[in-house]
Design a protein around this ligand. Structure first.
Ligand code: AMP
Ligand code: MG
Length: 484
């Protein structure tokens, strides 16, 4: 049906894992209008950006006009939500259109969010609003630019349909690109069916797609688990280093690839405080900033449970192997975090780990007690290393403490340039995200464009972009609402 240029989609997930894939079609969008297109990503995928902007391209991006041989599916998965197991979640408002295989040979899922009710919708309307979809676009692009593994946003298209929430909102579909949408919850679902051949096929699919070295290990499912532990340990360390709070780290929002997924009530720290919770629904603070490493490990334990029957026939032996693998999470997390802190502090490899660890703990305690803006402080270290400590000193109330710390840090001869390449000047600050979303909902895409420009090159400080580097005027009294 599509004239050139056509989009070639593969359907490996749907073909190999039919039990986890319900064929489905997107709801009709009455009046699709492009809000934002990620041209660099389109190029990376080998898609024609000019065509994506056309009326037909927009119908493709909302799932209303797909290639004749396309086989969109809603994916089944389970998950622990705030600690409670839900055996059947799945794509309630999303569809996997298929896999694009660009020139680099690595398949990417092309997936729609907000594309209408599916058999997994339960009470939901299957829709998404412009604001939350643009939030996902902004934050996921910022994460990518910060070199943190993440799903990407190819485009956000307004549907022309109204979405009922507390008030009536404009609807949108996000076209999401991921190395896959396999989640811990996918394995929990397969395990809960009791169908071991399905569980094994899912593990094989995940190994082939994400962790191919596991295929030749003595026990491939155990090696898969070890690879996911390693990927998640690195991922969460990177979140912590930039002050990212995911907000809803349920097991269905934890990927097998190690990519950040499902940007809902996520936000970046303003003032540094390990107890920070932005999400209005996280009343107990389960997913607070400082809890994220422990929660990731908890989620990985749920993955281990799902994989046990594939790890060894003898359950006790399987548990022992899984526990040993899980126990590597903490040292891998700590190593990744410490390497990241070394880079943030601009310290050379010769400086001993214990010194880096000690300075890191001290400076974070200082930031915490003075409620210092996390991003501004670390960004200021580059200049401090070059001899101008005023930008960081001016952020801290306890001058004696910060001067003492700076003196000991400077004695280690930190490299300011290296610190600048690691500590972003621009992150999607909460007040700027809100400003951009509110304007976009009112039809003004200017602030969105400005913010995207800043956060797309976060380490590269540019004149004219000063306001994107400034801390929030209200000093971080911020709430996000679960972006549905
Ligand atoms: P999330 O909190 O976005 O990770 O979603 C958790 C579960 O709720 C997933 O199964 C989603 O597909 C489903 N869900 C979220 N919002 C909606 C909605 N508006 N309509 C249908 N399903 C939804
Ligand atoms: Mg989710």
């Amino acid at each position: 049906m599509l004239p050139a240029p056509t989009v070639r989609l593969e359907h490996r997930f749907a073909r190999e894992l039919g039990e986890l894939a319900v064929p489905w079609k997107a709801a009709t969008a009455p009046d699709p209008r492009l809000l934002v297109l990620n041209e660099p990503l389109a190029v990376e995928l080998g898609l024609d950006a000019a065509w994506l902007r056309s009326a037909q391209g927009l119908r493709f991006l909302v799932g209303n006009e797909v290639p004749d041989d396309a086989a969109p599916v809603a994916q089944a998965y389970a998950g622990h939500q705030f600690g409670n197991f839900v055996p059947r979640l799945g794509d309630g408002r999303a569809l996997l259109l298929g896999e694009v295989v660009p020139a680099d040979g690595r398949p990417r899922d092309l997936h729609l969010k907000g594309s209408g009710r599916t058999p997994f919708a339960r009470g939901g309307d299957g829709l998404a609003a412009v604001g939350p979809m643009l939030r996902e676009h902004i934050v996921s692009e910022a994460m990518h630019a910060l070199r943190i593994p993440t799903t990407r946003s190819l485009a956000v298209v307004a549907t022309g349909r109204t979405v009922r929430r507390e008030s009536d909102l404009p609807g949108a579909v996000l076209a999401r690109v991921a190395s896959s949408h396999l989640r811990v919850g996918s394995f929990q679902y397969a395990r809960a069916t009791g169908d071991l051949p399905l569980l094994r096929r899912l593990a094989d699919h995940a190994i082939a797609r994400h962790h191919p070295q596991a295929a030749t290990a003595a026990v491939p499912p155990l090696a898969l688990f070890e690879a996911v532990v390693a990927a998640q340990a690195r991922l969460v360390a990177q979140w912590m280093l930039v002050g990212f709070v995911h907000g809803v780290m349920n097991t269905d929002n934890t990927t097998i690839s190690g990519e950040t997924i499902d940007y809902g009530p996520c936000a970046f720290l303003d003032a540094f405080d390990p107890g920070t919770v932005f999400s209005s629904i996280d009343e107990g603070g389960r997913y607070a900033y400082g809890n994220q490493p422990a929660v990731a490990q908890w989620n990985l334990a749920r993955l281990a449970e799902a994989l046990l029957p594939l790890i060894a026939d003898d359950e006790e032996q399987a548990v022992a192997l899984a526990v040993a693998a899980l126990e590597t999470f903490a040292p891998q997390y700590t190593a990744a975090w410490l390497a990241g802190m070394r880079a943030k502090l601009g310290l050379a490899d010769q400086v001993a780990d214990e010194i880096v660890a000690g300075l890191s703990q001290e400076v974070l305690a200082l930031l915490s007690s003075s409620r210092v803006d996390h991003t501004s402080f670390f960004r200021g270290l580059g200049r401090a290393a070059r001899g101008d400590a005023e930008p960081v000193r001016s952020l801290v109330l306890d001058l004696a403490a910060v001067d003492d710390w700076l003196g000991r840090w400077r004695a280690l001869d930190p490299d300011g340039g290296a610190a600048d390449r690691t500590n972003p000047a621009y992150i999607p600050r909460n007040h700027l995200v809100e400003e951009a979303l509110a304007a976009a909902v009112d039809g003004d895409l200017g602030p969105l464009g400005g913010l995207l420009e800043a956060v797309s090159a976060p380490f590269d400080e540019r004149p004219g972009l000063e306001r994107y580097a400034e801390p929030s005027p209200d000093h971080g009294a911020y709430r996000t609402f679960c972006g549905t």
